[in-house]
Write a protein that binds this ligand. Structure first.
Ligand code: UD1
Length: 349
């Protein structure tokens, strides 16, 4: 029988792409989402790709009663992938309680339910959990690339702190003897879209992240992109990140599930999920222009407060243990992101 996976936040950017990868690779899966930062059109996009109806539970994953109903309704849950978190740095600084409440409580509710129902619902097997963590836990590392052993720094913002605390919550829960098998994937910078153009990244309001701002500027939704600083100690002065195609990241979740399946419970570990090298903001803009044959309207602005100057992953652990490696390039990602943006049509600035 196919493994059944519950995808919390499955209508969001990374969640929707991972859901598609799960179905395409023979899993059965259901989505839980409250659409607080996703559009219902994401579900239609997924259905277009997988050519069948999505099993959807609409609701808030920190609502324990609702989640208990979801766990009861699913006949068996072999694993959960938890994407249902808020992720905006500046919003988290303005409204920390929103972030601590949502990001911590949704995980606590889930771990309790996995303890309670997991073993039984998963036919006695320890349920698997893959959790969306972030390279934000490293802060600005002293040495690059960052390995999983790189000491974690104090978080720069409440959002980053929720990721650190959530990792600790999972580690402590597993170490307490809970029959769980857990991997936290520390994402670097997920970009791009599904190759079909049917799903992609569509943040509510003005994007905080670079690539949606780039594509929305190219589409005329935004007047101009501001590059946050060009006087950093980097080759061209702009910040450097490890940009990973969202479909490669989706595959990393499946590799994590497959690996977890073979481990003995209790199990907890963390893995970097990146491509293993960095690109600057200016390189990304140039690549976007070249691969899509257009000119982007941008200007250089001041540095963004709290920005990490340079970070990229050491990916040897995920390559060797999970047998996963990013296959797609930044060019692929920026071509796919633009293809997706073009499907969205016109919108006023
Ligand atoms: C941030 C968080 C990360 C989080 C991610 C998802 C930190 C340090 N990073 O990533 O943990 O998972 O958001 O929301 O907390 N840039 C511009 N102009 C723009 C937008 C961005 O120049 O309009 C630059 C930034 O300065 C940065 C790069 O683009 O150098 C990437 O920025 P962004 O997409 O916001 O991601 P991060 O800051 O890396």
């Amino acid at each position: 029988m196919k493994s059944n996976i519950l995808v919390l936040g499955g209508a969001g950017f990374i969640g929707s792409h991972t859901f598609v990868a799960l179905i395409e690779q023979g899993y059965s899966a259901a989505i839980v989402d409250d659409f607080s930062n996703a559009e219902i059109s994401a579900i239609q996009g997924i259905e277009k790709i997988i050519k069948k109806k999505v099993k959807l539970y609409k609701g808030d994953s920190k609502d324990a009663a609702f989640m208990a109903r979801v766990f009861k309704a699913e006949k068996k849950i072999d694993g959960v992938i938890h994407f249902a978190a808020h992720k905006y740095v500046s919003e988290s600084v303005k409204d920390p309680l929103k972030y601590y409440d949502n990001n911590l409580n949704s995980l606590i509710v889930l771990l309790r339910l996995m303890n309670e129902y997991g073993g039984e619902r998963a036919h006695g097997r320890a349920p698997l959990l893959v959790y969306s963590s972030s390279c934000t836990v490293y802060g600005q590392p002293d040495k690059l690339p960052v390995t999983e052993e790189t000491p974690l720094k104090e978080a720069e913002c409440p959002y980053g702190n929720t990721k650190k605390i959530c990792e600790e919550i999972m580690r402590d829960t597993v170490h307490s003897g809970s029959p769980l098998k857990v991997i936290a994937l520390r994402y670097f910078n997920p970009v791009g879209a599904h190759e079909s153009g049917a799903i992609g990244e569509l943040p509510r309001g003005v994007p905080e992240n670079l690539v949606p701002f780039v594509t929305q500027t190219a589409a005329g939704w935004r007047k101009s992109l501001t590059v946050f600083g060009n006087d950093y100690d980097t080759p061209d002065g702009s910040c450097v990140r490890d940009y990973i195609h969202v479909m490669d990241l989706a595959d990393a979740h499946i590799a994590a599930l497959e690996y977890l399946r073979k481990q003995k419970a209790p199990y907890y570990d963390v893995f970097n999920a990146g491509v293993g090298h960095g690109n600057s903001v200016m390189e990304l803009i140039k690549t976007f222009e070249d691969v899509n044959g257009l000119k982007l309207n941008y200007s250089i602005g001041p540095r963004r407060e709290g920005d990490i100057i340079k970070i990229y992953a050491d990916v040897r652990k995920i390559n060797t243990k999970l047998g996963w490696k990013a296959k797609r390039s930044l060019k692929d990602a920026l071509r796919d992101a633009w293809r997706w943006q073009k499907t969205l049509g016109k919108k006023a600035c």
